[in-house]
Ligand binder design. Structure first.
Ligand SMILES: [Zn+2]
Length: 260
């Protein structure tokens, strides 16, 4: 009879030990999944995905464009989250007609050809997409989803988890984490990625106002159901209004970066 109590106390202490504070917004986050392990899983998933889906060659102008913009945004990500300087940053264009983009833990960015060909984004608009994805990555949103999924499984092997991730726990974590990668981000994570992405792009010299024109294009291309982007990046319903409110706050950063 005492076991559930012990388990919940152990679980609670694990949760407390696994708390982090968001480097920009200050929100407290549940982070049981260690960063190194999450990155390792993301690297494997990214490599596998690139093998299955096929990507444009690095010499393709579209790849070079995505790479050029990513390379301007990454130093801004490192500025707010210094650990990201150790990540193996990489951006590729995936041959996929759906209007979508993603970033995994550890700095792996993917932009679909559909995003480029159907939306025809300007550099400023494409920078908003990439900065939004980079913001998800540096915010540890995937790791947070994995951690939330893990707490639901935690009763199973709390004791071994407390002693570090042994092979059995690691196997469970791997399973849970794989499921978590496919879960959509929460509304709160979306708004946070918008806010942080806007800041990163502005500091990299990309016009924050492009975030609004980008979202209008996204909506115009979505028809009734919305583009695929919305299946992994749910709209808060008031996203454009939130962006419009946030833009004046980052305009000084943009002006400083561009000297305009
Ligand atoms: Zn998002």
């Amino acid at each position: 009879m005492r076991l559930p109590f012990v388990v919940s106390v152990l679980g609670l202490s694990l949760v407390v030990a696994g708390c982090a504070t968001h480097p920009v917004t200050g929100r407290s986050q549940l982070m049981i999944m260690p960063e190194g392990q999450a990155n390792q899983m993301a690297y494997q998933a990214y490599t596998q995905m690139a093998r299955e889906k096929s990507t444009l060659p690095a010499s393709d102008p579209a790849s070079q464009r995505v790479q050029r913009i990513t390379q301007r945004i990454v130093p801004q990500a490192v500025r707010v989250y210094p650990q990201a300087s150790d990540w193996r940053w990489e951006s590729r264009v995936f041959r996929d007609d759906s209007i979508n983009a993603f970033a995994m833990a550890g700095g792996k960015v993917g932009i679909n050809t559909g995003m480029l060909n159907k939306l025809r984004p300007t550099d400023d608009e494409l920078a908003q997409v990439i900065a939004h994805e980079v913001a998800h990555a540096l915010s540890g949103h995937t790791r947070e989803k994995m951690s939330m999924a893990m707490t639901q499984q935690m009763g199973l092997s709390v004791a071994s988890a407390l002693g570090g991730l042994d092979s059995q726990t690691a196997a469970m974590a791997q399973q849970v984490a794989t499921v978590a990668i496919d879960l959509p981000f929460s509304r709160r994570m979306e708004l946070e990625a918008d806010e942080v992405g806007l800041l990163l792009a502005a500091r990299a010299g990309y016009d924050p106002r492009a975030a609004v024109s980008l979202w209008r294009k996204m909506q115009a291309n979505g028809g009734g159901g919305g583009p695929e982007w919305l299946s992994t990046h749910p709209d808060s319903g008031s996203r454009i209004q939130a962006l419009e409110r946030a833009i004046p706050r980052v305009m000084p950063e943009y002006r400083r970066a561009t000297g305009r």
